[in-house]
Design a protein around this ligand. Sequence first.
Ligand code: ADP
Ligand code: MG
Length: 461
Amino acid sequence: MVTTITELTKLWEKALKKIQQKMNDDRSFDYFFSNSYIYEKNGSVLVVVAPHLVAKTVMEGKYASLIIDSLSEIDDDDYEIKVVTNEDLVQQRKDSRINSSIKVEEKVPSYFADAAIKSDLKFSNFVVGEFNSDAHKAALYVAKNGGTMFNPLFIYSHSGLGKTHLLHAIGNDIKENRMPGAKILYISAQEFVEEYIKFVTGEKESQSIKDFFKTVDILLLDDVQFLAGKVKSQEIFFSIYQDMINKGKRIIITSDRQPAELQGLEDRLVTRFSQGLTVKINEPDVDTCVEILKQKIVTSGLNIEKFDANVIYFLAEKYSNNLRELEGAFNALMFNCLNLLDEETITMDVAIKALSSIKGGKNIAAQLSEQKILNVVANYYNLTPEQLTGKDRSGQIVLARHISMYLIRQHLDVPLKKIGELFGGKDHTTVMSAITKVDKELKTDIQLQTAIKDLEKKIKE
Ligand code: ADP
Ligand code: MG
């Protein structure tokens, strides 16, 4: 008997092929049947969602027997059909919320009571760059397409680079666009282990959690590395996994390393994880991090024009190895700017002040101050900050570089060794001699005196 949404979807795909053959009119078929899908099965009643109201009318009327005949050619069960539109479903959901006090008795106990797909993690707010384009492409593919291609999809990366975001995006996309009635389960491997320990003490309970997974159509399993070393949990997970894959149900897994490196995991699991498609998320590039911050500013309802681009760029560069930390630093900055300083415009100075008051933020504030000096000097001499910290030894650049070192030392009290690191790993004696040189020339060189005076004024602006 066909029961799960995955099976029902397959049944409907087969029926559609038959209906198309029998109609022998592709234009009408497309108009009435393409984008139709099965919502659920209630007893013997199949609830079919029609693409629009006209389609609903003809599917219930003129084509009803054609549909039922086609279904009976595929499956021995006797089906009745009920046709609805997406609008009907929306209304039905509203009504059921009103009637939700009437409890429906469930045959299969429900595990993972708190599991939920987060509606704010979507493809539409997932910024794509070169570093994550493979994972994004694969995730979109499995969200948009049925079938068993790329099953399981295995996504791995270091922490904070978008794996969890992609899992939820897949779940949301399938729910909204392809299989609204599907039961999609998002859980972390840690939750799986905890649930296993809490509920499963014998054969009976093992069967019960397996039965529960039989009702799941799509599994989004986060951070599978947590299964390492948990022998019993792995055993039961293996059985659940095999059952789902054999039934053609989609599984998407994330991990902090690739399958072959998952130590403490049974070989049979590792081999199976590699059987679909494995994709990696690499380290983000700074430009994509800038895009992510800009998107965050806009979606937070803030005005992007109030942000000095240097502040955004600085944070993006500083945290490009972890997007979670990037967001964390940005949130902390916002909290301090909006609540403590009550500033209108987020200039570099405002950001420096705000970052200094964040726990552990002093170092970042100091780096931002260095960056500010570099920006001021670079601007003054028509160079880029990268030229100042780089290796080019042409006359004008070397002078500007020495002046930057001098100003950083004077204004920020940064150790010589640190200044050396900022300037591409220079030795502290090299820094010292550059600063001494500027100091000495300042005594006689009037042009240099004017430049330093102008620069100091700009730094304080
Ligand atoms: P992981 O699961 O790999 O540790 P997350 O998915 O939790 O990482 O991502 C960390 C944070 O960064 C989340 O708030 C997420 O929404 C955000 N994020 C990650 N990648 C992107 C992206 N490409 N575009 C926008 N936000 C992202
Ligand atoms: Mg995660």
